[in-house]
Design a protein around this ligand. Structure first.
Ligand code: FEO
Length: 401
């Protein structure tokens, strides 16, 4: 049975959620599932904005058939050609042979690559600022390459002021019937997953996100309709201000994130002692993560949030302990920068983890490594305790700047 909502004049949400999915993109844990939004404008012409993932295609078909109510589909705007939004393209083209596909030239390359057919007879290729009239509604296209793939554009409905924003402003997690951000406690329940989604999916393309934000600021936006999670129709600053910070790699608050990789507990002990000393000094927003069991996507997200990152690792096979090595590689891959860093390393006979972590950290731009390093030899002793004291004091001083 269909399950749709109207989100504005002539405009319908046809989305659905997959609560069985374990890993989005077969990479990111999504314990709360994943939502896939798309939209249909019923004007003189009918126009679908993006499709959905294969996992929810049956619900999508029922939704589409219900709202079309016997009318043909005239246009499919391909804002983003990733399969989580475009798995249904071949079916749509088969069903409506006169369907016009609207997208960037690169989107059509990807249609050919992913779906193995030549989209040329259906293709309307658009560039920055082009428009498409549907009758009363006119869509204006704004290119957004690398937010998240190179073919991405966003579509602005000049009649309703709706910005169909592709992946931008989405979040991990399945939605219920409350598809508007103002219908949920977004700050409490969704902000963390929006950050984890942004940082992992488009985090390394801050410049391109900034460029999109600049272009979007010139539009009279009344509603933001992303391809994942909630639709925004008020309090835009709640999400836009976050995107501005994330895109600029600016921390959100005064928190400290401590990541530790520990084999027999000595390094974990050092991390815990540091968190206690920080708390005693008045720094209460300190989050401690065991790299062996925390998803990298969560730690990357926290790294975007916090101004101070502490990496604590045992030496393992003459290198950095596995989970820590993976975290540092991921931070490098996402171009993490401009953070204050503390280093704790442990080595019972050859403490290589310290210098190797520093190498990895120094490959990131703008990282200020605090002089107060902590060297643990197997277990925390009085000497290491003094070093942890010094590191805590250096972090407190830094946060006070
Ligand atoms: Fe939701 Fe980049 O796909």
């Amino acid at each position: 049975m269909y399950n749709v909502r109207m989100i504005g004049e002539d405009t319908w949400w046809l989305g659905a959620s997959d609560r069985r999915i374990q890993l989005f993109e077969n990479t990111y844990p999504v314990p709360n599932g994943m939502s896939y939004n798309n939209y249909l404008i019923m004007d003189e012409k009918t126009c679908l904005l993006d499709g959905v993932d294969e996992s929810v295609s049956r619900q999508f078909e029922e939704n589409l058939a219900h709202v079309l109510d016997g009318r043909p589909l005239d246009y499919l705007v391909i804002d983003h050609m990733e399969p989580d939004h475009c798995a249904v393209i071949p079916d749509l083209v088969r069903r409506w042979p006169n369907l016009k596909l609207v997208g960037t030239p690169k989107a059509f390359d990807l249609v050919r690559q992913f779906h193995g057919f030549d989209p040329t007879p259906h293709a309307i290729k658009v560039k920055e600022g082009d428009t498409l009239s549907l009758g009363r509604h006119t869509l204006q296209f704004v290119l957004a390459p690398m937010v998240h793939w190179p073919e991405v554009m966003v579509s602005y409905d000049q009649l309703t002021g709706t910005l169909f924003s592709a992946d931008a402003f989405g979040a991990f997690g399945a939605t219920g019937g409350a598809i508007f951000a103002d219908e949920v406690d977004w700050e409490r329940d969704w902000a963390d997953e929006a950050r984890r989604y942004y940082t992992n999916i488009v985090g390394k393309y801050g410049m391109q996100v900034t460029s999109l934000l600049k272009k979007a600021s010139k539009l009279d936006i009344k509603e933001i309709a992303p391809l994942h999670a909630h639709i925004w129709r008020r309090d835009f600053d709640q999400i836009l201000s976050r995107y501005q910070k994330w895109a600029a790699y600016e921390p959100e608050d005064k928190s400290v994130a401590i990541f530790y990789g520990s084999i027999y507990g000595g390094t974990a002990n050092a991390a815990d002692i540091l968190s206690t000393k920080l708390a005693e000094a008045g720094v209460h927003d300190v989050r401690v993560y065991d790299v062996s069991k925390t998803p990298v996507s969560e730690m990357l997200s926290q790294s975007f949030r916090s101004p101070v990152l502490v990496f604590a690792s045992a030496t393992y096979n003459m290198g950095i302990f596995d989970g820590m090595r993976e975290l540092l590689e991921d931070l490098n891959a996402h171009a993490m920068k401009n953070r204050t860093v503390g280093v704790i390393y442990n080595g019972s006979w050859a403490p290589q983890a310290g210098s190797l972590m520093l190498d990895a950290i120094q490959r990131m731009k703008g990282m200020e490594v605090l002089d107060a390093e902590v060297h643990v030899t197997s277990a925390v002793d009085e000497g290491a305790l003094e070093q942890i004291d010094a590191l805590s004091a250096a972090i407190v001083a830094k946060l006070a700047e």
